[in-house]
Design a protein around this ligand. Structure first.
Ligand code: B1M
Length: 211
């Protein structure tokens, strides 16, 4: 069995300790960090997601898988970041109110930091006004919102509305993403950018800061 398959299977079983051994092993084998993330950790998480949907596994199993995912992602962090980059700007990041999913958000954070951006991570379950208050307080030009539930996606629209109400809509770019989010949804709420994954999010954030 290849190390990537082993990582995917360890992820599915939530074996964080095994992930701690397998990820460095894969790196030693010369497998690129991005491949370990995509074809090992995320491939395993994908199976977890499908089983969760089919009621084959339940919240506790998903939580241990999520813990294993975070352990693996932390190990890859230095390899996914560009070494020695100078701070290039500040970004507010959070998962919107009502939503506790943070694995994707944490990956977004990792990629933004990898580009040399300072990330103010507000965590999960973040009310719309908190995004705006923090952006004003910290003089941030970008707000990044993550949502994983169709029921919490609309909160991203509220973030845009709160920015208008606070009179800062022209000073701050609002970026959105998360599995159920689409380009069309982004346009419907007047977000500045929708990106499908963490890497693209970091690239677009850099472009927006330069514009
Ligand atoms: Co939840 N959950 N969950 N869950 N969970 C989903 C999202 C679901 C699709 C599962 C399913 O049914 N197939 C489903 C949502 C259905 C829907 O709304 N249509 C669901 C549900 C229903 C629920 C609960 C309601 C279940 C319940 O209690 N009955 C509940 C809600 C709790 C809440 O938030 N209030 C719940 C709870 C949980 C756990 C706590 C058990 C756990 C979260 C643990 C944690 O995050 N610490 C969990 C998990 C792990 C999942 C699945 C299995 C995996 C999500 C994940 O981390 N994926 C998920 C099924 C799935 O997505 N296949 C599911 C890996 C992660 C890297 O991907 O977050 O999509 P993702 O991030 C991607 C991109 O989306 C993008 O970048 C990343 C990749 O590079 N991205 C951005 C993310 N944010 C971005 C922001 C950007 C740009 C890109 O710009 C700012």
């Amino acid at each position: 069995m290849s190390t990537l398959t082993e990582i995917s299977e360890a992820m599915q079983r939530g074996r964080a300790k095994l992930i701690k051994t397998l990820v460095p092993q894969a790196l030693e084998e010369g497998i690129p960090a991005q491949e370990i993330l995509q074809d090992g950790l995320l491939a395993g998480m994908d199976v977890v997601g499908r089983k969760f949907k089919a009621n084959e596994i339940f919240v506790p199993e998903v939580l241990v898988a999520a813990r294993a995912m975070n352990v693996g992602a932390e190990l890859l962090k230095p390899y996914l970041s560009e070494a020695g980059v100078e701070p290039k700007g500040k970004v507010i990041l959070g998962t919107v109110k009502g939503d506790l999913h943070d694995i994707g958000k944490n990956l977004v954070r990792m990629m933004l930091e990898g580009k040399g951006l300072t990330v103010i991570d507000l965590g999960v379950d973040v009310p719309p006004e908190k995004f705006i208050e923090s952006a004003i307080e910290n003089d941030c030009k970008i707000i990044c919102c993550s949502a994983l539930l169709t029921t919490t996606m609309p909160v991203m629209g509220e973030v845009v509305e709160k920015a208008v109400e606070a009179g800062v809509r022209d000073k701050v770019k609002i970026m959105i993403g998360g599995a159920p989010v689409t380009e069309a949804f982004g346009q419907s709420i007047n977000a500045d950018a929708y990106t499908p994954d963490a890497t693209t999010c970091a690239e677009v954030a850099m472009q927006l800061l330069a514009s």
